[in-house]
Write a new protein. Structure first.
Length: 303
């Protein structure tokens, strides 16, 4: 029967004693000097460790001279400084100010783009397939008795209003509003808007009467008139309702009903937007200026 091999007890004891143990050291974090041999202090001699010291178990290799190298880290000098840094975290008042400024710029940019896209949709709404076209070619006579074509308005924006000189109240109010709109636009973009007044009453509104009437509101207004059929065709092209009778006896008094809108046309003669009585002169001028700023081509006065 085989005998079990039992190792001598002195040999086992020597093997257990030669197992390396990690010396415990109490040292400062930023110190590179070797620490004295550890000794277990008595309970009566223990004191609270300062904030800049730390007692750890040293298991890192040294450089051969007993020096232990450690990574330098920020350590607060006082408890209040440590608490303040913990509360603030990585943010500061400069970071907060930069965040607010960036947010404001982004909000402004998105609002501007939103308004620009809305104006673009309005301008292109009448150019789609199946949409009724507003505006068209015409040939009339201006307040000086000279022929005037619709192509004479190309190259700049035009603001067209339909009315008549015998209007008791609506037309004078709207022409005053039109004069204010024109002046506001001229202050920022001079020479790129043509204010046009087309009469709905050609029987009584001759070129000389138009010239005298419009001079009371603004010296830059352009008045247009023509025959009954010419005015009827222009009103039909611009979708303007009017109720002027065809055969009027000389000296006969009558009133004319008509649509009350300002028609904004672009430099190519296409309809852009209709401005109604709900727009104040300042609001209408802003709408006109915004469309002008969105225009990609050149703008200039009629040659």
């Amino acid at each position: 029967m085989p005998r079990s091999i039992v190792a001598p007890q002195p040999l086992l004891r020597s093997l257990l004693q030669t197992r390396p143990r990690a010396p415990q050291q109490c040292r400062r974090l930023l110190s590179t000097h070797p620490s004295p041999p550890s000794s277990r202090p008595s309970p009566s001699s223990r004191r609270p460790t300062p904030l800049s010291q730390n007692c750890t178990t040293n298991s890192r290799p040294s450089n051969g001279n007993g020096h232990v190298f450690e990574q330098r880290r920020y350590k607060a000098k006082t408890v209040e400084e440590a608490r303040s840094r913990y509360r603030m975290g990585p943010f500061s008042w400069k970071a907060g100010l930069l965040f607010v400024a960036t947010s404001a710029v982004l909000v402004w940019y998105f609002e501007y783009e939103k308004a620009r896209m809305q104006r673009k949709r309005i301008a292109e709404a009448t150019k789609g397939v199946g949409r009724p076209k507003v505006g068209g070619a015409f040939q009339l006579v201006d307040q000086d008795g000279k022929p005037f074509l619709s192509t004479d308005l190309k190259g700049r924006y035009s603001l067209i209003y339909f009315g008549f000189t015998h209007c008791p109240d609506i037309c004078p109010e709207e022409l005053d509003k039109m004069a204010r709109m024109y002046d506001l636009v001229e202050e920022q973009m001079p020479g790129v808007l043509a204010p046009v007044f087309i009469t709905c009453d050609p029987q009584r509104d001759s070129p000389s009467i138009l010239k005298q009437y419009l001079a009371e509101f603004h010296g830059r207004f352009l008045g247009l008139t023509g025959t009954y059929d010419q005015i009827k065709d222009v009103c039909k092209a611009y979708r303007v309702y009017f109720s002027t009778p065809r055969d009027v006896k000389p000296g006969q008094d009558y009133l004319v009903d008509h649509s009350i809108y300002f028609y904004l046309m672009d430099p190519e003669g296409d309809f852009v937007e209709a401005l109604g009585r709900q727009h104040s002169p300042e609001q209408a001028a802003k709408v006109i200026l915004d469309h002008m700023k969105d225009w990609k081509g050149s703008l200039g006065p009629r040659q």
